[in-house]
Every structure is written in structure tokens, then in C-alpha cells.
Design a protein around this ligand. Sequence first.
Ligand SMILES: NC(=O)c1ccc[n+]([C@@H]2O[C@H](COP(=O)([O-])OP(=O)(O)OC[C@H]3O[C@@H](n4cnc5c(N)ncnc54)[C@H](O)[C@@H]3O)[C@@H](O)[C@H]2O)c1
Length: 341
Amino acid sequence: MFVLGNHSSDFDMAETSRFLVTGAKGCIGAWIIKNLVGQGAAPWVFDVDEKSHRLEALLSPDQMDQIHFIRGDIRRTDDVDRTVGDHGITHILHLAALQVPACAANPPLGAEVNVVGTLNVFEAARRRRDTVKYIVYASSAAALGPEEFYGGMQVGEHAALRPSTHYGAFKQCNEENARIYFETGGISSCGLRPWAVYGAGRDQGMTSAPTKAIKSVMLDRPYTIHFTGRFDMQYVDDVARIFLRCAEARPSGAHVYSLRGAVIQMDDFINALEQVRPGAHRLVHVDGEQLPVAPDLDDSALVRDVGEIPRTPLPEGIRETLRIFEGLQRAGRLDTSDLSS
Ligand SMILES: NC(=O)c1ccc[n+]([C@@H]2O[C@H](COP(=O)([O-])OP(=O)(O)OC[C@H]3O[C@@H](n4cnc5c(N)ncnc54)[C@H](O)[C@@H]3O)[C@@H](O)[C@H]2O)c1
């Protein structure tokens, strides 16, 4: 097994595969790169951002030297196509996107990045089908409806979608386009639907608040989380490894899988943080409503198709996140600019 296990194919996969990760300077992408580099691969990073602060926080300078950087805009068909063609890419992990607040502020731009950008990835794979073996792309739990839409029941593999945001509607559109690429052109892919990903590097987007609360508590600063109720926290390294597991397993067809981490109430998160770092109760405040995304998702289809997946317990994920933040702070490299947003 390439990423998770000790199988002898680890080396072959890292040696023979050429990974392109779009949006790899973002939170989840940076952790995917960290895992790939850790396995000896030399991946291609495709991102519009000039800065690499999340990657630099996770990787050593030597590891950074292992990465091929391509500055490109996912909205531009040629940028994507040329990158895939010029470098003989075999696996595309597509994460480049604007998040919920940015899509709400400018829906046409959101559609260009999130929908046209995803079409560009699939088009490149269609044109380069001799080399591209598989696409794993980030969908989102936000493609689903609110908890009430499912009568409070756990949401299964084939549940109807009823997104509450433009962002969720764009992700739904991507899932449908992926299906059509398979049905009309045989392009296999898998879309993953994370919920609230947390961990070092999670510094933007609606559900980044728990990670910002962890950072604030470490700094002994107050922080208010502006949503409450039931939600699902998924540790970023687990999510990154699931992307890679899917790239390795390459289930044929147009698959979409929900992810599942710790399905909890907001109070449970604050209690877990208090347990790991006493003082959290005093510093972390909560207001707002439950988010309009069903929190209780069944991930058995993912496990059925790609095997058992990593599930870091919440206290361990919080502890690991604190450890990384503390290390960055000691090195004078902790970015706190996200705490004001
Ligand atoms: N973080 C979560 O909790 C979560 C939950 C569900 C789904 N997702 C999805 O997972 C993916 C990654 O999430 P994340 O938290 O790492 O996001 P992020 O915002 O940290 O990173 C997104 C990256 O995409 C890049 N990008 C934006 N526009 C681009 C463009 N036009 N061209 C090229 N690159 C561009 C950004 O520069 C950034 O590096 C996204 O598709 C997101 O919608 C994330």
C-alpha cells in the first residue's frame, strides 16, 4: 500500500507515478504533498498563489526542493492542459477551489474557479488519456442538504443532494460532470466529500474556526467560533491520505465518497480541547447556528471500495496540531494573521 501501509509497492508507486496536485498550496493539498514527498515522490504543485507558507510550515527545505512548482490558474484550459502534457502526469489530485465565503461574495468567479477549473482538469485527462490514469477531486459535504432534509437520519451513499450554498451547488455540478465524463468518455474519477477539516494549515474557509480556536488557545487568546451544533471534524492528515489511497486504488467509474471523522457537538470539541490544553473553556466562545450541512455521513462505500482508512481520534489530532503550532512558534514562524478573520 503506497501511503498507509508497508507494502513493497510503496517504492514502485512513488517511482513510476507522476502526481499533479492542484491547489497544493492550500491546507489539504499541502498535506498531500507532505505525504507524497515523505514517500520519495517528486510531485507537481499547481497553484495560482505565489506564496507557499503552508508547505513551508510542514516540509523541510530539502523536502521543498523535491517539489516541482508550477504557477498556473485552474480557470485557464491551456495552463492545465500544458502542465499535464508537458510533465507526463499520471495522477491528478484536484483541490484548487474557492471556499464558501469567497463563492458567496462572487458567485460568477466561484463558478469559474470551482466548476470551469474542474472541467479543465477533466478535459486535460480526456486529451491525455494515454498517460493520465486517474483523477481524485475534492467535492464537499456541502453538496448535501441540511440535517432536516434527511429527517435527522444518517446520510447514505446515494442520498439526494440539496446544497444550501453556491459553493455546494458548484461541487454538485462537478460530481455530475465527472459522471458524464465517465459515461461519455470512460474517464474514471473519484470525488471526495470532506466535512470540517482541521489541522495545521487550515486558516481559511467557514469551518476553519475550530483550528483557529486551537491556535488561539495555544497563544492564550480568546476566540469566538461563529457556528454551533453538530458537525464532523476530520484530521487533515487523514483526509490527505484518503486522497492518496483513492489515487492508488483507482476504483473504476465515477465515484463520489463521503468522508467521516469525529461527528460531535461543538461542546464536545471544546471539552476535547480543554482536556488537551486546560484553559480552553475560558477562551473559546461560540455563537451562531448549526451549519446547513448534514453532519452524520456514512462512509462505508469508501471503506468498501478502497479499504480501511485512517481515523485519528479527535484528542490526538488536536494534540498533533498544537505540537506543530508550538514548533512553528518556537521557530518564530507561526502565522497568526488568520486569527483576525
Ligand atoms: N477544508 C475543508 O474543510 C474542506 C471541506 C470540504 C471540501 N473541501 C475542498 O477541498 C479542497 C481543498 O480545501 P483546502 O481547505 O485545502 O482549501 P484552501 O483554500 O486552503 O486551498 C485552496 C487552494 O486553491 C488555490 N486556488 C484558488 N484559486 C485558484 C486558481 N484559480 N488556480 C489555481 N489554484 C487556485 C489557492 O491558492 C489555494 O492554495 C477544496 O476544493 C475545497 O473546496 C475542503
